[in-house]
Ligand binder design. Structure first.
Ligand code: ADP
Length: 422
């Protein structure tokens, strides 16, 4: 141990001074002199170390004893620290390089919302200059109110997709993740092409459905005429005409649902925001299904007068799809309970039945277009396979959340949870 040998050396010098001083009859003075010399020596060593510490990049001074050891250790620590720093800098450079070469825009923002770093790709997307805008507050530079609102609100559980004000054909998708101490990493992606393709697909479906309607109207018109004059039809044609009528009706329902779905999906549509009395809406549906299915057992439980902001027609189609499904799939002995109630977060519209239920494996995919649990069951009930897709879109447009719970053999429950003020 360095301090023990330093202490030993000090004791040896003091003892030597005491012996020599004793020989001359001045032991105490000799000890004091020795102590002074030691202090002076230490002071000189300390000065050299202190001078070196002002620029510790230099090789440490050749100092003696405990001070030598101290400076050697500091030097070693510093060299290790420098190595780690270099390694970190290299990884950071590597990270910056890979972010720089990305086609997506990347921005690193500190806890105060100040840009710490951004790549070149962000320039044409959000109009930030690289690297000049580093050090500026992000929301002061981006002139997109939707983005600024999203960024300031701080809820990044879902990505933001919006069309920019600066360029109406530029659609951006922004994902934000937290890292470090309140810092945020933003990925900005140009999704204009994907949006355009999606729009083309929707337009195509809408146009085909629209074009098919006219010939179908003519066909059903003639079929209706045949059906109303069934006694004049030759016997072999009676059954085929009836079947053609059923299939034409299915096609009509399908086209109606396809057109409705493409209408509510359309980004260009003007969604109405009116006060909708959901209780009255459910009563209307109950009356309608009562006429269509006189034997059905429908229990309506409206225990709140909450009205929500939304589009009456859309909400009607969603609720009507759920109620009609419950009646169709629960069968003749089925019991269907429809309720509209208040909960802490807002209001709940629940449709429950005691029908055959749905296996858990199907539930995540139920709202996909044309997804069917059982093809034969759906064909018998005349479903289009679009009902739950419509429900999902209406829910999204109204900020509502759709929950499906079911157990095979025990029935199914569909719940739409509307936020208060939604
Ligand atoms: P469909 O027109 O075929 O009814 P939907 O989109 O409305 O299409 O429903 C998708 C599938 O979900 C249906 O084919 C059916 O298998 C299942 N399903 C929907 N509602 C119920 C229900 N209440 N009970 C059992 N199965 C249901």
């Amino acid at each position: 141990m360095a301090w023990l040998s330093a202490l030993g050396r000090m004791a040896f010098v003091i003892a030597l001074a005491a012996v020599i001083g004793g020989l001359y009859g001045y032991p105490l003075q000799a000890i004091i002199l020795a102590l002074l010399a030691i202090i002076l020596f230490w002071q000189a060593q300390m000065n050299r170390v202190q001078t070196w510490l002002q620029d510790p990049e230099q090789v440490p001074p050749d100092v003696y004893g405990i001070w030598g050891e101290l400076s050697a250790r500091i030097y070693l620590h510093q060299r290790n620290h420098k190595k780690v720093q270099k390694r970190l800098e290299a990884s950071l450079d590597h990270l910056h390089d890979s972010f720089s070469s990305m086609r997506d825009g990347v921005i690193m923002v500190d806890d105060q919302g100040v840009i710490e770093w951004s790549n070149q790709s962000v320039e044409p997307l959000l109009g930030l200059r690289h690297p000049e805008d580093t050090g500026q507050t992000l929301t002061n530079l981006v002139r997109e109110p939707v983005f600024n609102e999203y960024f300031i609100a701080g809820d990044f559980s879902h990505p933001l997709q919006f069309v920019t004000i600066a360029n109406s054909s530029l659609h951006l998708r922004i994902e934000v993740t937290h890292f470090g101490k309140g810092e945020r990493l933003l990925f900005v992606r140009d999704v204009s092409e994907a949006v355009r393709m999606e729009q083309m697909r929707r337009d195509f479906v809408a146009n085909v459905s629209h074009e098919l309607r006219t010939p179908l109207t003519v066909i059903t018109g003639y079929l209706d005429t045949f059906k109303s004059n069934v006694d004049q039809l030759p016997q072999p044609f009676v059954k085929p005409v009836a079947q053609m009528g059923q299939q034409a009706q299915r096609m009509e329902n399908l086209l109606k649902d396809l057109l409705w779905l493409s209408r509510i999906e359309s980004e260009k549509r003007e969604a109405k925001r009116e006060q909708v009395d959901v209780g009255a809406l459910l009563r209307e549906i109950a009356e309608e299904v009562g006429t269509a299915y006189p034997d059905c057992q429908l229990d309506l439980d409206i225990d709140t007068d909450i009205a929500i902001l939304g589009d009456y027609q859309e909400l009607y189609s969603a609720a009507s799809n759920l109620v009609n499904n419950a009646i169709k799939y629960a069968g003749d002995s089925g019991l269907v309970k429809v309720s509209w109630s208040r909960n802490q977060a807002g209001a709940l519209l629940a449709v429950e039945d005691n029908g055959p239920g749905i296996d858990q494996v199907h539930i995540p995919r139920l709202t996909e277009r044309f997804y069917r649990v059982d093809n034969s069951r759906s064909t018998q009930t005349g479903g289009t396979g679009l009902g739950l897709a419509i429900v999902k879109h209406v829910a999204q447009a109204h900020g509502a959340h759709l929950t499906i719970t079911s157990e095979l053999g025990s029935g199914t429950s569909f719940t739409l949870a509307f936020p208060s003020g939604g």
